[in-house]
Design a binder for this molecule. Structure first.
Ligand SMILES: *[C@@H]1O[C@H](CO)[C@@H](O)[C@H](O)[C@H]1NC(C)=O
Ligand SMILES: *[C@@H]1O[C@H](CO)[C@@H](O)[C@H](O)[C@H]1NC(C)=O
Ligand SMILES: *[C@@H]1O[C@H](CO)[C@@H](O)[C@H](O)[C@H]1NC(C)=O
Length: 408
């Protein structure tokens, strides 16, 4: 509905017949009277809420009407009109009517000019048809999302992994080797989303294509590497355990067969889930802190929708390897030592297949992987420094001493 200061109140092309216009005038008059009493009896009634009944009053110049009945505030008038139609907004948003324009401060930034009813601020990866009714497009609405960052050389492994994810999962593949059409040999490939950009890392893709508003349809988001053995893993069972134990950030336990770095992510044979561990002497300053608790690795991480919304914001655009992120995940959930954990009953094998890590640049007699590894380490330091200075800046701005537990 467009409201203008000047002009014919019945400009709308839909009102032609005199008797229609008459009916409208009568309705409006009743509305104005009603609004007057409403305004008089409830002067503070939801003055900020405004829901224009645009289909009932197409293109009426409300300011014009107000001029005719000066003494009534525009707000009470509009309130009355909207109550007439019985569709008063119950949202808590504070709506405003600028001189001539819609302005809704509670809309997403930049979309304030739109009536809230048309604003769609979140999306999904659901595939749709070109024909038929939109609400009949989806026979099943996947509640979960799984992404793999893949090269075609790992196709056997990925095929096996994807077969472990039920139809309740949307599948997204990030291709770092530019080979996408070859995957069509697999039936599931047709329902997968393929994103192909050469030689980028999992966290680079995640930052660009998994914005929380884009993946808002999914309860859980799996962001996985390509070299995971999933023989002993069942995705639906995994989700059940994660829900049962309230894990916002999790990973499957790792079969402890080849030189694991961390105790925390080792699978335990006798439990469903664990949330803490003992480490080598001196590694943990606090039993509630990484790497003894509040900690999972970044190879097979699973996020709840809310946790991902936070973690996405923590990912730095230029730090592509994600090193150090594992130690900082705890900043996103509270209490972290209860909401971050390892699922033992559904476990995986980390096969450590060299892949993207090998695709660095040979340089000064060093193998390609060496430069990549060096950058990983450097990024880890840079990330720690950024986090530390961001926290320091925050506490300084608040004029308080940083709590000890945030120091690393
Ligand atoms: C009116 O709308 C403009 C944008 O067009 C906005 O900047 C301004 O804050 C609004 N004024 C009020 C009173 O809401
Ligand atoms: C998919 O989810 C629904 C609802 O949670 C569940 O009933 C169904 O068993 C799931 N499908 C599979 C294959 O597990
Ligand atoms: C913080 O740590 C310092 C020394 O490490 C200690 O003296 C102080 O009591 C601690 N403060 C709190 C609130 O734990």
């Amino acid at each position: 509905m467009v409201l203008t200061k000047m002009g014919n109140p019945f400009r709308g092309g839909s009102i032609r017949k005199p008797n229609e216009a008459m009916r409208l005038i009568v309705t409006t008059f009743v509305g104005v009277i009603f609004g007057f009493f409403l305004g008089v009896s409830f002067p503070t009634l939801s003055l900020t809420k405004l829901n224009l009944p645009s289909s009932l009053f197409p293109s009426i110049d409300l300011t014009y009407i107000e001029d005719k009945y000066s003494g009534l505030s525009t707000n009470s008038l509009l309130n009355a009109l909207s109550s007439l139609k019985g569709r008063r907004s119950s949202s808590s948003g504070s709506y405003m009517l600028n001189d001539t324009q819609i302005w809704v401060p509670t809309n997403p930034p930049g979309a304030e000019r739109l009536p809230p009813g048309i604003v769609v601020s979140e999306s999904d990866f659901y595939l749709r048809r070109l024909w038929g009714l939109p609400d009949e497009d989806l026979t099943i609405k996947p509640q979960y999302l799984v992404t793999f960052t893949v090269g075609y050389d790992q196709k056997k492994n990925i095929d096996a992994a994807i077969k472990k994810f039920s139809e309740n999962f949307t599948i997204v593949l990030f291709h770092y080797d530019g080979r996408t059409s070859e995957w069509d040999e697999f039936e599931w490939s047709k329902r997968a989303i393929h994103v192909s950009i050469q030689k980028q890392t999992k966290w680079w893709y995640a930052k660009r294509f998994l914005h929380p508003d884009i993946v808002a349809a999914y309860d859980y988001i799996f962001i996985w590497d390509e070299d995971l053995g999933v023989e002993h893993f069942d995705s639906e069972e995994y989700i059940k355990l994660v829900r049962k134990h309230g894990l916002e950030i999790s990973q499957p336990g790792l079969e402890p067969n080849n030189g694991l770095t961390w105790q925390m992510t080792k699978r335990r044979g006798n439990s469903e889930v664990h949330k803490d561990t003992e480490e080598k002497p001196g590694w943990c300053t606090d039993p509630h802190l990484p790497p003894c608790a509040a900690f999972v690795e970044i190879m097979a991480t699973v996020f709840s929708r809310d946790a991902w919304r936070c973690v996405w914001h923590m990912i730095q655009n230029d730090l592509v390897h994600g090193w150090g992120l594992d130690f900082a995940l705890r900043k996103c959930v509270e209490p972290a030592h209860e909401k971050i954990g390892v699922v033992d009953a559904q476990w995986i094998v980390h096969q450590s297949v060299p892949s993207l890590g090998n695709q660095g640049k040979a340089d000064n007699g060093r193998a390609p992987w060496e430069g990549v590894r060096e950058r990983c380490r450097r990024e880890w330091t840079m990330f720690q420094e950024r986090m530390a200075s961001a926290e320091t800046a925050y506490y300084q701005a608040m004029g308080v001493d940083p709590p000890n537990s945030t120091a690393r």
